[in-house]
Design a protein around this ligand. Sequence first.
Ligand code: DHB
Length: 313
Amino acid sequence: MVLPSLAALIGDIELDTCLYNASGARCTTAEELKAIAGSNAGAVLSKSCTSEYREGNPSPRYYETILGSINSMGLPNEGFRFYSDYAKQHKASSKKPYFVSVSGLSFEENVSIITQLSHETGIDAIELNLSCPNVPGKPQTGYDFEQVQRVLDAVCSISERPLGVKLPPYFDIIHFEQMADILKAYPLKFVTCINSIGNGLVIDAQTETVAIKPKNGYGGLGGDYVKPTALANVHQFYRLLPNQIQIIGCGGIKNGQDAFEHILCGASAVQIGTQFMREGTSCFMRIAQELQILMEAKGYKKLEDFKGKLKYI
Ligand code: DHB
């Protein structure tokens, strides 16, 4: 029996399997990146990086509930040089694509980091994060459409590596259309939908206290809380963007059916965040097998057989 193929293409980059980690989940240190490389994930994506090392926000800064997670990490990372240098080490021992997420704290910082990362051939693509909700005093670029154009004008003209963007969730049809009109003017290879739903609040009724310390408890939501919003964003951008810009689905994937739903809505590949935090690297193999069983039952042999084919009633 031949198992259904989970192979995926992002631009010209081939993934043996369409599942990999969301940026932020267990991908900050060399050990964590190595663990993803050694797992059944289809690619390795780094923690969003800044120019310099950052300690991040005070703890507790990540909290899980039955329905998902809340985080306000504050961009703890090793600084972009570490993730650039790590590419050599990665390529020496792994065939998996290696992606670096970039989240500079200003326009100038993003331009500077991407200029410098551009020369590192071991980086298969850059995911520019336009949607970090957790740095006090810094609004998300993804909600400021003029700023999105300004940064894409700059980085698209300098990057020699394939480039994609990670978007925040949008909640209004006009915003999907306006953002898609902006994005389609650039040579982007992919758009990742969605980052966490920003500035939620999880509290404990018993202790009458917030669950995390930074920002008086406000943080980005992931997991089950966000899946319908993620599917809506994946499907809207799939419909509105040209075929050469692939959609990467992210948000609430914890089993094979969730991955199937993202692909049905138009995702070419999917990232796992909250569930990877919960379960560790075994989630990639488990979810892949569950997705294959579901595809087998439906008679699908490859992702293209159902990608984007959501039906309306
Ligand atoms: C962090 C959170 C995000 O959602 C993101 O996109 C980047 C960074 C953080 O708090 O570290």
